[in-house]
Design a protein around this ligand. Structure first.
Ligand SMILES: [Zn+2]
Length: 220
């Protein structure tokens, strides 16, 4: 389990979680919500040639196969695992419905199976929904050979109503080797794309350079 890479050098990882729950799918189907895929983030990262790592839920991939193809096709982007349906792996995890322990291993394995056919830079990185985990959850994932990645800079972008606190949280906390947790879930993180240019500018001012997670963690 890792929160960050070595504190040497100048690399930091921008990671974007792609949550998708049954409740979110219902919001989409009912028309209450337009999108949980913030393409302005992808546009900006591509335009500026910024490396990033995307933690994908299986359900998000099923909802957005074309966006997933686009992410996989970018040699600067890495793909990682954020469970199938963003269920909680512990009790009391931000009100998320709980995944029974006996289903944990299969849930994460299934997500790898859904993401793998897209190719690109596949990884064995995994992030728990809400970062909630305990010994039992970690034990359930042991057979899968995953590296659990929490992150040391939590941007707080879900449900933010202004980009400013997101930028402040990231730039106040970021250091060499940092893993920054952001979201690409548009309707549930509506200010992230507005925050991103300020984050990139602030990183550059500090001499910090975004890199794929594997490079920041020092895994070849
Ligand atoms: Zn999440």
């Amino acid at each position: 389990m890792v929160d960050h890479g070595p504190r040497t050098g100048n690399k930091v990882a921008l990671t974007f979680d792609a949550d998708m729950t049954d409740a979110m799918r219902y919001q989409l189907r009912s028309g209450a919500v337009r999108s949980y895929a913030n393409l302005r983030i992808v546009d900006l990262l591509e335009r500026e040639n910024v490396p990033a790592t995307f933690f994908l839920t299986g359900k998000w991939v099923e909802q957005y196969p074309q966006v997933t193809r686009r992410l996989a096709a970018n040699p600067r982007f890495e793909l990682a695992n954020h469970t199938y349906a963003h269920l909680a792996f512990t009790a009391d995890c931000y009100g998320l419905p709980r995944l029974p322990q006996r289903q944990m291993t299969a849930d994460v394995a299934r997500t790898f199976d859904i993401v793998a056919p897209y190719g690109g830079r596949q990884t064995r990185y995994f992030r728990f929904p809400g970062l909630c985990h305990d010994r039992a959850a970690l034990d359930a994932l042991a057979p899968l050979g995953v590296t659990v990645v929490d992150g040391d800079v939590v941007s707080g972008d879900p449900f933010a109503t202004s980009w400013r606190p997101i930028v402040r949280a990231v730039l106040d906390g970021v250091r060499p080797g940092s893993v920054v947790v952001l979201h690409v879930t548009e309707a549930n993180a509506p200010m992230t794309d507005e925050a991103l240019p300020h984050i990139l500018a602030g990183l550059a001012e500090r001499g910090l350079e975004p890199a794929p997670l594997s490079e920041v963690l020092g895994h070849p």
